[in-house]
Design a protein around this ligand. Sequence first.
Ligand SMILES: C[S@@+](CC[C@H](N)C(=O)[O-])C[C@H]1O[C@@H](n2cnc3c(N)ncnc32)[C@H](O)[C@@H]1O
Length: 256
Amino acid sequence: MTIDPVTTHATAAENRKPLDIAARAAEADLPTGTEKTALVQSMFDAIAPRYDLVNRLMTFGLDIRWRKQSVDALALPVGSLVLDLACGTGDFLRILRSEGLRPIGMDLSWGMLAANQTGEPLAQADVSALPVADASVDGLTCGYALRNFTDLQTACGELGRVVRPGGRISLLEVAEPEHALLLIGHRTWFRHIVPVIGGLLSDSAAYQYLPKSTAYLPPTAELRAMLQDAGFSAINRRALSGGLSQLITATRVGRS
Ligand SMILES: C[S@@+](CC[C@H](N)C(=O)[O-])C[C@H]1O[C@@H](n2cnc3c(N)ncnc32)[C@H](O)[C@@H]1O
């Protein structure tokens, strides 16, 4: 396993005491299992029409830059087939296409897929059982969805199954800045202001859930271990924009 030189020091997320996902969810009063899957699906169905607008406001448009950095980090040749997992309304699909890659999108929520006007091939699917042949994609992107998956270990296993040896994955997720002042500002914004904006423009319950859902994210070391078990190496974690988001990249082991 290689570690990004930028983050060779243990981050706060890595130092967090490991708890299993059920314990973390219970601590934050969040559902697990089929109850979580049903909640996530209905929540994204509900917020789909205004998802893009709230995203831009919530991140001051930085989310587009972070997705572009994620696609660039795949470092795959033009024409490569890339599965955008949990594609939502299609921001990743547009960037992948503009960079000469061949994207396909999959998502659990019919509402998000209905709002996806990219014209790229789409399928409704749950990450726990992707309708994709073994080792059939060159790369995989996944934006802001890891914490929404009901069983992250199974999801990582599916990533390892569908990506060909030598293929690349790029996983973008929320994070918390290390710098104390940035952290205070970020927490105030994310926990108190975003739910109000989301409530005014979209669905209040969904944007209350959003900051709470970070409790589902395992410590970085745990996620690295899951990816390694799923057959990935060269696992790197990079903080974006001072730690407002995090980008995890890895390469599927085996001969291509
Ligand atoms: C925060 S949105 C991110 C959408 C898009 N990737 C982006 O960057 O804007 C999370 C997405 O994950 C999808 N999702 C959640 N659980 C899923 C699952 N088990 N399988 C597939 N997609 C899932 C949701 O429906 C939603 O579209």
